[in-house]
Design a protein around this ligand. Structure first.
Ligand code: F0G
Length: 471
């Protein structure tokens, strides 16, 4: 087929959700009332919402239809088996627990894996360290609440927006192994492979890297959890960039990838496209004891293990979404949409992280060099972008990172990024053009944008509810 310059959406949008246009004056008041924190804005006041790609996109016709088939039995419902069969078929994992979302899975598996390591290997609770290419905020939060120190072993190019590299989400294998040796393998209850690596800018992890991580984990008998929110995007990048897999289908690459983990934890609100839902699954009998303990905790925290956090209709919808999210044309379109946005931003002089799967990450540190890290340049940029275009984005930098839990000192993030997260099948190319134009406007005024300081700072997870003012 002829290679066209523009790649239109490979779907039709047949639901219209009207959005309000607001004035600059209205938005200036709204962001001030929200304590200069876009999390606290009302969605009514937002024109283009790029806060997250989590549960905010469209669903497919097949997913919509599947909801009507829900079997709402409390136990052993048909819909549960539909979901468990999809998991077996796609990932090769034998045991499934549905959860209300990703963190629903985290709150269950994390304490169970710690207890197992204590019982089997004599883990010392005051010495626990867990490793990841980069922990997502809630995975980090649950690990810390349970007493673990987190260690992100990312590669040196991961956060350098000046470097392009195929797999910026990879683990630094040497740092991983050295880290395990330093704390003693008995004190490492789990390793988390995050695909794609959200915090590094939606950057993929290669299959070769997943294999190497798993080899080390097996050597020290440490379970690997695949944090799977964007599993299909990761498979797409592998297909496009890792030569050995260029002729493999997304389904084949996905199945292969999951051989290199023991447990799957998924926020199904991203690649599986559901508004709400998650999964906790186990490959085989190797961790059967963990599975059964997780089922027990699930009853307590989520619901009976054959529905967990989901209604029957939602399990049916997820069973379809897991397949629909792997469509080749769909993935190719989506990733091209991100590339389009990133190259448009760079063409107007806005430096970005190399295009990833689910978002453009603007280097706010480079755009606002006059604002020091402790005055949160990316948060200041988020506020200005909202004032200019009614666009809501999210800071991924020092404001998110927070303080050292021991010393209370503000930590310095490896980069000050502003994430423009693109919801699935929701925004078109016109929206992307509007965003690029808004940045041109922001740039004109960049040197006048002021840093921020707290007026209210919660002790934990401050990113979501803190209030700030201009310095
Ligand atoms: N893991 C990853 C890699 C995630 O990106 C998220 C959520 C979670 C786990 C937690 O899942 O939200 O379903 O409880 N990420 C969203 C985001 C919120 O905006 O990146 P959840």
């Amino acid at each position: 087929m002829h290679k066209f310059k523009h790649l239109p959406e490979p779907f039709r949008i047949r639901v219209i959700e009207p959005v309000k246009r607001t004035t600059r004056e209205h938005r200036e008041t709204a962001i001030l009332n929200a304590g200069m924190n876009p999390f606290l804005l009302d969605s009514e006041d937002v024109f283009i919402d790029l806060l997250t790609d989590s549960g905010t996109g469209a669903i497919t016709q097949n997913m919509q239809a599947a909801m009507f088939r829900g079997d709402e039995a409390y136990s052993g419902s048909r819909s549960y088996y539909k979901l468990a069969d999809a998991v077996k078929n796609i990932f090769g994992y034998q045991y499934t627990i549905p959860t209300h979302q990703g963190r629903g899975a985290e709150q269950i598996y994390i304490p169970v894996l710690i207890r197992k390591r204590e019982k089997d290997k004599g883990l010392k609770k005051d010495k626990m360290v867990v490793f990841s290419n980069y922990f997502f905020d809630t995975t980090q939060g649950h690990s810390q609440v349970n007493g673990c120190t987190v260690n992100n072993v990312y590669t040196k190019e991961a956060f350098d927006t000046g470097i392009n590299s195929d797999f910026k989400g990879n683990f630094d294998i040497e740092k991983l192994e050295q880290g395990i040796k330093d704390v003693g393998p008995e004190n490492v209850p789990y390793i988390v492979s995050t695909i794609t690596c959200n915090s590094a800018g939606g950057q993929p992890v290669s299959l070769n890297n997943l294999k190497e991580v798993y080899k080390i984990a097996q050597k020290y008998d440490i379970p690997v959890v695949m944090d799977s929110a964007r599993f299909a995007e990761n498979a797409y990048f592998i297909q496009q960039r890792e030569k050995e897999y260029k002729d493999w289908t997304i389904e084949q690459i996905t199945f292969e990838s999951y051989k290199y983990a023991d447990i799957l934890a998924m926020s199904a609100k991203k690649d599986a496209m559901v508004p709400m839902g998650g999964l906790l699954c186990f490959k085989n009998d190797d961790y059967f004891d963990v599975y059964t303990d997780c089922r027990t905790l699930c009853v307590l925290q989520e619901g009976f293990p054959t529905y967990g956090g989901l209604e029957g209709g939602a399990m049916e919808r997820l069973a379809v979404g897991l397949y629909d999210g792997m469509n080749q044309d769909w993935l190719s379109y989506r990733i091209t949409q991100i590339e389009y946005l990133v190259s448009g931003l760079e063409s107007v002089g806005v430096v970005c992280q190399q295009a990833g799967g689910h978002a453009a990450f603007v280097d706010a540190g480079k755009l606002l060099p006059h604002i020091p890290a402790e005055q949160f340049p990316a948060q200041a940029l988020a506020c200005e972008l909202y004032k200019v275009g009614g666009i809501r984005a999210v800071e991924i930098g020092s404001f998110l990172l927070g303080r050292d839990p021991k010393t209370g000192k503000q930590l310095k993030s490896p980069a000050e990024l502003l994430r423009l997260t693109i919801s699935r099948a929701t925004y078109t190319q016109t929206h992307m053009d509007f965003i690029i134009e808004a940045f041109e406007e922001v740039k004109k005024n960049a040197s006048k944008i002021r840093g921020l300081t707290f007026t209210y700072e919660p002790a934990v997870l401050r990113h979501f509810t803190a209030k700030l003012k201009e310095v």
